[in-house]
Each structure stands twice: as C-alpha cells, then as structure tokens.
Design a protein around this ligand. Sequence first.
Ligand code: 13P
Length: 246
Amino acid sequence: MIIANWKCNGSKKMIQDWSKHYKDTYIPFKNTFVGIAPPYIYVEQLINLINAYDLDIEIGVQDIDISSGARTGAISVDMIQDIECQFTIVGHSERRTIFDESNESVSAKIDSVGNKVETILCVGESAKENNDKETRNILEDQLSVIEGKVLPSSFSVAYEPVWAIGTGNTPTPEEINDIHKFIKDVVQSSSENSIVPNVLYGGSVNDANAESFFKQDNVNGALIGGASLQGKSFANIVNIFNGKAI
Ligand code: 13P
C-alpha cells in the first residue's frame, strides 16, 4: 500500500504534469493499493486524469468530518463516497498540532467512516518524546482511540514520527520494523475483532531510502508527503515497492 499525502499543495497545472510524469515512469503492477490524497477541490480533476490515462490509482482525502449538516467548512464521509473516494487519512500529526485535533475527535471520525471508505490512522511521537524514550507510551495513547471498536479488515495505521516528517531524518529500518510490530500487537489486542492492520511508514520517504524500509517484514507500505508531489519520484517509489527496477 503506497499512499501520497499532498497536504495543502497542488494546482490544476501541477496535477496535469504530475499525471503525465507518473504515467511515463510507473511500471504496471497487480495487487498493490496505490492512493493519492489531494486537497478536496482537486479530487475530481485528478479522478478524470487517472481515468484518462488508465492509471491504477485510488483517490482519497486527507481528513474527514464526523457528520453532515450545519457544520460550516466541513466535508462528510457520504460526500467523499459520492465522488468515488476510496479512503481517508485521519489523525495526521499536522491535524493534531495545527488544528488541535484530539484523540476524542479522531475516535469519532473513525466511527463516522465505519466501513464506508478505508481509514488510515496516523500515529507518531514528537522529537522530545522520542528523546525521552516515550515512543511506545505515546503510540499506545494514540491507539487507544480504537479500543473496543469493531474495525473493518481494511483498517490501516501509518507510523509517522513527527520528527521525521519533512526533515530528511528517519528512524533506522530496524527501529521502524520493531515499532510496526508493536502497533500491530496493540491494535490486535485492543480492537474488538482483533484485527492485525497493515502498517505504513511515513516521514521523509523518498526513492533513495524506500527500499530499505520495504525490506522489513512489518512494513506494509508508505505514506509519502514531499516525494509524492513529483509524479516521477512517486512512481519510482511505487515501482520499488512492486519489486520493479527503476
Ligand atoms: P514527508 O514525506 O514530506 O516527510 O511527509 C510525510 C507525511 O507527513 C505524510 O503524511
């Protein structure tokens, strides 16, 4: 599973160029979920281009609201389903820090999504928490949002250490592997139906380091910010995940 999180980046022109560059670089594959989460307003343009180029890419969104109706500025799960989105990210650290998102609202979002579209829950510790060796406690707290929930089998978690996002720094592949195992165990023991989720790694993934992460048993894919903004480098990462030569 390889997901692009474009955050608040993009333009009509960028998306046209991106699609062409992706198409020229990717090597066709089977059985890999490749997704892009653009800003909402570009979803339709991107879907049209992906259909026009016949690309095997699902479109999703970067966040979702818990309900519909009198909620100014919000987008509901039913709306994204209506425009054929397949997944939503929830709980990204930028939502938690910039927009004050709490575990309670993340939990409500997971409930509102249910199994209408796939959910990718982001968790990750800050630099200070990492230095203080608090990573596992922090992840346990963030994962407490799924306690007692019956989760869809497609439910995924993205481990994104805050200190690795956009910095060029990453944990070692072995450290990531250990943390992913921990996340799988916590989700299995705390979800009502004992699911073992796919766990993606996110934070400064690029086409030079992706292979080292993908080699790890418990790394089921990646959630990619900066390197996903170029169609060519994102396609390179997809090719690497699929075991195709660059
Ligand atoms: P970067 O790949 O730019 O570090 O961003 C990671 C991220 O936040 C994806 O959600």
